[in-house]
Design a protein around this ligand. Structure first.
Ligand code: FAD
Length: 465
């Protein structure tokens, strides 16, 4: 037996959930130890949000480099040294992950490398290559994240890729099949399409980007079509045959079996929570049938000193949700009254153009019993969008009819990811459409679209009849 090391607050996993929880707990005076079996920053910084956005940006730059006939911009001999793209992407990731290490150390958080297994409600074993060390703790925040789902007939390999494999390719594929038109498949598919890859998306349901309104996905689909991305809906992927330099993917569509040949197949059909190998049953922590840990409004599990946050609990598996829950859990442990409230939480797809939503959609608001009003303003009526030569899309502001309270918004258009923040703030602060309309927005800017939609809600838009 080893001598147990006594610690105060234990954080398991150093993704955007865990490292943020650790820092906030330390700020509030807790003595924190964070244990990570892989790299600091978790999925998000190493193989998720950040490298995928870097890849998307490199794809955009490549697409733009090909010139623009309408603007008379002609270019020749555009080429991409993909190893340089990968090198740059790696540098972006390293800057951020070493930043996280610096922040943890600066906040006097102890960093331990190893894999955590629960022993009981107050102790864990941490294993590294050689050793096993027991730690006893007072409070614990579990933030172990999620892993790509593998379909049995598509075992991951050099040719059958998960998102990580797709982010780390050494070459630009000539042809790639993407199984699953969720946000990850759509983002990576369009990034590679911009590099020149011929993309076919196989989606099992009736439409890609299932969680978003049709009006919004329509805008993205139009662009994907321009990029020659082929989308086959209601297509069930059946199996894959691998050869040395490619794959043959079989799928069923409208009762017929079809095959496509490609260099690679990317499988993005969802992620599963990393909760099955933690020893949670030793502690008696309640988990639902999807493997998600059950929590209350303070992220507390059924064991009062153990909290869970991020991709391992219900809700949208997004980095900012994990971080938000991390702060709530850290504050709850410190005795603060923090409680989760997801209404102001955005969800974004970094497609081309971007999609973003916050709060209620019109339908959700009505289902929740609101008399809801939807006020729409198109990007095409905004000077900045036109001068960016990027004017597809719209912003839809959702307000409560009786008093104009802002309760949601959906945006399809360039910079939707940044624009959604203003409406998130309005929701969080309990503002009305009038508050947004009274706010002077710089001209010409995309922010004016938000102001105009608020004017539409009031019945007094200037730039729309
Ligand atoms: P993770 O980031 O998964 O971190 C969990 C950490 O716990 C890992 O580092 C893991 O090694 C460690 N761990 C697991 N088990 C143990 C153990 N037993 N002991 C010790 N350590 C352990 N979200 C967005 O909001 N915006 C985006 O643009 C976006 N893009 C994405 C793109 C891709 C390709 C992918 C795959 C995901 C993307 N996401 C995005 C989702 C986002 O990455 C996750 O929601 C987020 O990382 C979840 O954070 P987390 O802290 O819960 O877990």
């Amino acid at each position: 037996g080893d001598f147990p090391i006594e610690i105060d607050t234990l954080v398991v996993g150093a993704g955007p959930g865990g490292y943020v929880a650790a820092i906030r707990a330390a700020q509030l005076g807790q003595k924190v130890t964070i244990v990570e079996k892989g790299d600091l920053g978790g999925v998000c910084l190493n193989v998720g949000c950040i490298p995928s956005k870097a890849m998307i940006q490199a794809g955009h730059l490549t697409e733009h480099a090909h010139g623009n006939e309408e603007l008379g911009i002609k270019t020749e001999n555009v080429s991409v040294d993909f190893s340089k793209v990968q090198e740059w992407k790696g540098k972006v990731v390293n800057k951020l992950t070493s930043g996280v290490e610096g922040l943890l150390k600066g906040n006097k958080v102890d960093i331990v490398k190893g894999e955590v297994f629960f022993v009981d409600q107050n102790s864990v074993k941490v294993m590294d290559d050689k050793n096993s060390q027991t730690y006893t703790f007072n409070n614990c925040i579990i933030a172990t994240g999620s892993t790509p789902i593998e379909i049995p007939s598509f075992k991951f390999s050099d040719r059958v890729l998960d998102s990580t494999g797709a982010l780390n390719l050494k070459e630009i594929p000539k042809k790639m099949v993407v199984i699953g038109g969720g946000y990850i498949g759509t983002e990576l598919g369009s990034a590679y399409a911009n590099f020149g890859t011929e993309i076919t998306v196989l989606e099992g349901t009736k439409d890609i980007l299932g969680g978003f309104e049709k009006q919004m996905t329509q805008v993205v689909k139009k662009r994907l079509k321009k990029k020659d991305v082929k989308i086959i809906t209601e297509a069930m992927a059946k199996g894959v045959e691998e050869s040395k330099d490619g794959v043959k993917v079989t799928y069923e569509s409208k009762g017929k079996e079809e095959t496509i040949e490609a260099d690679y197949v990317l499988v993005t059909v969802g992620r599963r929570p990393n909760t099955d190998e933690l020893g949670l049953e030793q502690v008696g922590i309640d988990v639902d049938d999807k493997g998600l840990i059950k929590i209350d409004k303070q992220c507390r599990t059924n064991k009062e000193n153990i909290y869970a946050i991020g991709d391992i609990v219900a809700g949208m598996p997004l980095a900012h949700k994990a971080s938000y829950e991390g702060k709530v859990a850290a504050e709850a442990i410190s005795g603060e009254k923090a409680e989760i409230d997801y209404l102001g939480m955005p969800a974004v797809v970094f497609s081309d153009p971007e999609l973003a939503t916050v709060g209620y959609t019109e339908k959700e608001a009505k289902d929740a019993g609101y008399k809801a009003k939807a006020s729409k303003f198109p990007f095409a009526a905004n000077g900045r969008a036109l001068s960016l030569n990027d004017s597809d899309g719209f912003l839809k502001l959702i307000t409560r009819e009786e008093d104009g309270l802002v309760i949601g918004a959906q945006i399809a258009g360039p910079n939707a990811s940044d624009m959604i923040a203003e409406i998130g703030l309005a929701i969080e602060a309990g503002m009305t459409a009038e508050d947004i309309a009274l706010t002077i927005h710089a001209h010409p800017s995309l922010g004016e679209i938000t102001m105009e939609a608020a004017e539409v809600a009031l019945g007094t838009p200037i730039h729309m009849m």
